[in-house]
Design a protein around this ligand. Structure first.
Ligand code: MRU
Length: 364
């Protein structure tokens, strides 16, 4: 996608061929700042501190983190150290485990001098594959949006609701939930997107609005609590969100608040789709509520809000009393029964074990 007319991915190899460039997502939408990751520790910090975030991008950054780790120390203990540090960085997005497991399986049998080059090569492949996967998700989602538009009699505009940021910033390019939206907009379908602010970190307000605005897609920011009301009043035709981990039976863990939106959609007969790349499926888990680890983040994210002040600075302000107790589960699980369909790179399927196995028969 383009930023001020210049094409960008959310992660890239620097010109020196070894450092890794990222967009610092903690500074958006106020400032567009890029950073250089130069070590395993930089990669871990970027993931943990959410300079990079979104399941596929966390996986891609972890792959480059392994490469940076191998550049510094390609011994067996260096490999173990890089693996353990990265896998502990964030627990819910399974793409992280997928990326570092794959890297370890690839690198462990190699002689240490060969490891760094192989790791960089694989990390670049993971990034290119993610772009292809997300573009394919976009095509399948475009067909679905086209059907919804036909069904609406091509009347007015098609209102799509999304949550958090599952756009190009959350992947390497295109996005998952937003890829169909970009493709539908480019195909001339008159779309309008309701963007839930996504408390506590406001990825909807800060990142999704910034992305959609940059691409010229009409959108309106709403507080998270407004979604049910809009659905009751027929102002949402379709919901599309991303997911950080999808179980083998089609349950999806996504940013906290997704479940409530799915419940409201179910109650109001609004289709609720979830877009995901294959590496976001955890084939080892069936029941999402019992099986998916939910990240618990700092309570300060709940008791404070960060934003731009009138003098142009960026500041966090307290919104709760001093000493206020706060809980911050960062994700929730939407059971498959509330999901109308899963949009993957291989097509759209039912959110069920049968649906997923139909698209991924090799997992059968
Ligand atoms: O905590 P975050 O910002 O990493 O959470 C991101 C999400 O919940 C996205 O919806 C999810 O990763 C899908 S990304 C394409």
């Amino acid at each position: 996608m383009k930023v001020h007319g210049k094409p960008y991915r959310s992660i890239w190899l620097a010109e020196d061929g070894w450092a890794v460039g990222i967009i610092d997502q903690t500074r958006l939408p106020h400032e567009f700042v890029t950073r250089r990751l130069q070590s395993l520790e930089d990669a871990v910090r970027a993931i943990r501190g959410m300079q990079v975030r979104g399941a596929p991008l966390i996986g891609a950054t972890a792959a480059y983190g392994m490469s940076l780790g191998m550049r510094a120390e390609a011994t067996d203990s260096g490999l173990d150290k890089a693996y353990s540090a990265l896998i502990a960085a964030r627990p819910t997005a399974v793409n992280l485990r997928w990326a570092v497991d794959g890297m370890k399986t690839l690198l462990a049998p190699m002689q240490p001098p060969a490891r760094a080059e192989a790791a960089y090569r694989r990390a670049a492949e993971i990034c290119d594959e993610d772009v292809e996967i997300c573009s394919a998700i976009g095509e399948h989602g475009l067909a679905l949006i086209g059907e919804a538009w036909e069904k609406k009699g091509k009347d007015g505009r098609l209102n799509v609701l999304t949550h958090c940021n599952a756009g190009w910033l959350a992947t390497v390019d295109w996005g998952t939930a937003l890829a169909p939206i970009y493709k539908a907009h480019d195909a001339g379908i008159p779309l309008h997107v309701w963007v839930g602010e996504t408390r506590p970190r406001n990825q909807g307000a800060g990142l999704t609005c910034w992305e959609l605005g940059g691409h010229g897609v009409p959108y309106t920011l709403i507080v998270d609590n407004a979604a049910g009301h809009l659905m009751q009043h027929g102002q949402v035709d379709l919901c599309i969100t991303g997911t950080d981990r999808t179980t083998a039976s089609g349950d999806v863990a996504n940013k906290i608040g997704t479940y409530l939106k799915a419940l409201a959609a179910h109650d109001n007969g609004v289709p609720f789709y979830v877009a995901l790349p294959g590496p976001t499926i955890d084939w080892t888990i069936g029941d999402g509520v019992g099986g998916i680890p939910i990240e618990e983040r700092d309570a300060a994210e709940v008791t404070r809000v960060a934003g731009r002040t009138a003098d142009g600075g960026i500041a966090a302000v307290r919104i709760a009393p001093e000493g206020c107790a706060a809980a911050n589960p960062a994700f929730d699980v939407t059971p498959a029964r509330l999901v109308s369909g899963l949009i993957t790179e291989r097509g759209v399927c039912q959110a069920s074990a049968e649906g997923l196995r139909g698209l991924f028969p090799e997992r059968g």
